[in-house]
Design a protein around this ligand. Structure first.
Ligand SMILES: [Zn+2]
Ligand SMILES: [Zn+2]
Length: 295
């Protein structure tokens, strides 16, 4: 298994539109570990399409509890369980993750109890160990180190960027955040920075279409970053490649890759990937390669 990043769901926000991309989730295969970062709607299908056996699910990280990052978490674990999950999964998330998981299992109690009795399955409630984390180093095992940095995503206070280091390779996920200069130090010299991004000219049309006008716009401006700001963080951090992800808007026919590129090139001159669902970024040489569209 060569190290790779697969962007399973590349849009920001929970809405789905015909032909559009899926909400946030990513697969990171690093040092023989299968790592899932965020579990928005579509994560299970995305993993299977990326060639991952759900039985081999290993480590799951959730950056924060907004639904576009967590809505399919329970469904992913449950589907892996019915697929014959071989080993317990470790689920890392902010405070509240354990509550989510217990309540999910309660909601699915009928099905869980019946499958244990009828199909002889182990108890799913014992197959996920939950680690609620804060800032700092949150995992270190067999050369894989993971650390977290609280970012600026009001009104959510427990939202964390994540950094994965293994054998000299490093990948950083910004999570959802407004322009947050400390991210540059956190992402210092990383091979890949996956940073969320908005495009200014698309925001007005998005807000008009969603019909929640002023309040939605206020949230977007206070809690998210423009592409140019993502580029600034990447430049300050000296990363090798910037991946623009969690795109807002992601499904506006009038906006294409060239528009994102034009915005981010004001502040970033290095290697660049504009995320789309199923896109693979190889970590050996960190070259981007086209993947399959899953949506
Ligand atoms: Zn989000
Ligand atoms: Zn969010």
């Amino acid at each position: 298994m060569s190290d790779r990043l697969v962007l399973l769901g590349s849009k920001g926000g929970p809405a789905l539109r015909s032909g559009g991309p899926w909400p946030s989730s990513s697969l990171l295969e690093l040092g023989w570990r299968t790592i899932v970062v965020d579990c928005g709607l579509g994560v299970t299908r995305g993993l299977v399409d990326a060639g991952v056996s759900l039985k081999a699910l290993d480590l799951i990280f959730v950056t924060h509890l907004h639904s576009d990052h967590v809505l399919e978490l329970g469904a992913l674990l449950h589907t892996a369980w019915t697929a014959g999950l071989a080993n317990p999964v470790t689920l890392f998330g902010p405070p509240g993750t354990g509550h989510y998981w217990r309540r999910f299992c309660q909601a699915m109690e009928f099905d869980i109890e019946i499958r244990i009795v009828d199909e002889g399955r182990p108890d799913i409630r014992e197959m996920a160990s939950i680690v609620e984390f804060g800032e700092g180093e949150i995992f270190a095992q067999r050369g894989l180190k993971v650390s977290a940095l609280r970012v600026d995503h009001p009104p959510v206070t427990d939202c964390f960027a994540l950094r994965f280091d293994h054998a000299g390779k490093s990948i950083v996920f910004s999570a959802d955040t407004a322009f947050f200069p400390p991210l540059a130090g956190f992402a210092r010299n990383a091979d890949i920075l996956v940073h969320e991004a908005m495009l200014e000219e698309g925001i007005e049309r998005l807000v008009a279409r969603t019909g929640n006008g002023a309040r939605l716009k206020e949230h977007l401006l206070a809690s998210h970053s423009f592409a140019e700001q993502a580029g600034r963080i990447a430049s300050d951090a000296g990363v090798k490649r910037l991946v623009l992800n969690h795109l807002i808007p992601a499904d506006d026919a009038a906006i294409g890759e060239a528009d994102w590129e034009a915005a981010v090139r004001k502040s970033w001159a290095g290697d660049l990937t504009i995320a789309r669902d199923g896109l693979v970024v190889n970590l050996d040489g960190a070259k981007a390669a086209s993947g399959e569209e899953t949506a």
